[in-house]
Design a binder for this molecule. Structure first.
Ligand code: MG
Length: 335
């Protein structure tokens, strides 16, 4: 077999079949995928399903803390988990650029397989297309996730109430700053790594500890500030944050200062925001901190009703400023 991707690999003939067998089926194998028929056939679980789809175009495709393959699993698993669902299945569609080294593709697919295993999901359907040189950049991946929402669980961005405590599971901005620094080839002394991780274990622990939880959200593109603006608008509440309570890694803060970036607007790929009744905040915090991905969890603010849709930041120096939605695109191809 050729050592790079050829147009032939996407033509649906012998080369395509070889690629599927030697890379995709080999790494992602499970009984449903193994049928390799026109559609996967699944048992239908009773209850409500959560479905989410996302395309991943991150540049570079390998970065400290992950790669486009693990990110494509985590991003979609996390969106499904943010509705309180237990992720079960993923589909994966690949757009490959002619000339992509086969070794790079294999590294990405093996990483996807490890990430899926860790998250407890099976990749049950897939597709591969190849485009000519320059018509795509190395590879793009689309994943769709399907999860089951347990009975009685009702979480969504529209369910925040005045008086809710606002929690985050850890430090903000790690993924965005890592991609930016890697892309710019900054030879930084500070060890930066993406936080890319599956959050379904964390959400399950949180839902078990706090059955009255209102909102779960992963602050990906647009960061914490944009996600909270969406929640405030959808729920008709205001949100007030204490800057000093928001965990930010010193290395991330340093690079942000150097590059003129605000960590509150940078993408995270392994952190969640949670809004829940104030009385349940201690239990929520405890559940988050007991999990390996939530060690730096913190209560960072509170929802109110004074200015519905507004997000305020009480700054470390005693000021007060409005945190607006992200406008423009400071970091294209971040995920
Ligand atoms: Mg999301």
């Amino acid at each position: 077999m050729s050592e790079t991707i050829l147009l032939d690999h996407g033509a649906g003939g012998r080369a395509s079949a070889e690629l599927v067998a030697s890379v995709f089926a080999r790494h992602l194998n499970n009984p449903i995928l193994a049928e390799l028929d026109d559609a996967a056939v699944l048992p239908a679980p009773a209850g409500r399903l959560a479905v989410s789809t996302d395309s991943f175009v991150v540049d570079p495709i390998f970065f400290p803390g992950g790669d486009i393959g693990s990110l494509a699993v985590h991003g979609t698993v996390n969106d499904v988990a943010m509705r309180g669902a237990r992720p079960l299945y993923l589909t994966a569609a690949f757009v490959l650029e002619e000339g992509l080294p086969l070794a790079d593709l294999e590294r990405v697919v093996a990483s996807m397989a490890r990430a899926a295993k860790q998250a407890g999901v099976a990749v049950i359907a897939g597709d591969t297309k190849v485009v000519g040189r320059g018509q795509a950049d190395k590879l793009f991946i689309n994943t769709t996730g399907i999860g089951l929402i347990p009975d009685g669980v009702e979480v969504g961005a529209h369910l925040a109430r005045p008086g809710d405590a606002v929690l985050v599971s850890g430090s903000m901005g790690d993924h965005g700053v890592t991609i930016m620094a890697t892309r710019q080839g900054l030879g930084l002394e500070a060890p930066l790594a993406s936080d890319s991780a599956p959050l379904n274990g964390l959400t399950a622990a949180l839902l078990a500890a706090c059955p009255g939880l209102h909102v779960l959200r992963d602050p990906t593109r647009g960061g914490l500030a944009t996600a909270l603006n969406e929640i405030a608008a959808r729920s008709g509440v205001s949100i007030e944050l204490n800057e000093q309570a928001i965990p930010i890694d010193p290395a991330v803060a340093g690079v942000c200062e150097l590059l003129g970036l605000d960590p509150l607007y940078l993408a995270n790929e392994g952190k969640l925001i949670c809004l829940l009744p104030e009385a349940q905040a201690p239990a929520g915090l405890e559940a988050l901190r007991a999990h390996p991905l939530g060690g730096r969890a913190a209560v960072i603010g509170r929802a109110g009703q004074a200015h519905p849709g507004r997000v305020w930041l009480n700054t470390a120096v005693g000021g007060r400023r409005i945190l607006d939605m992200l406008s423009g695109e400071p970091l294209p191809r971040i995920c």
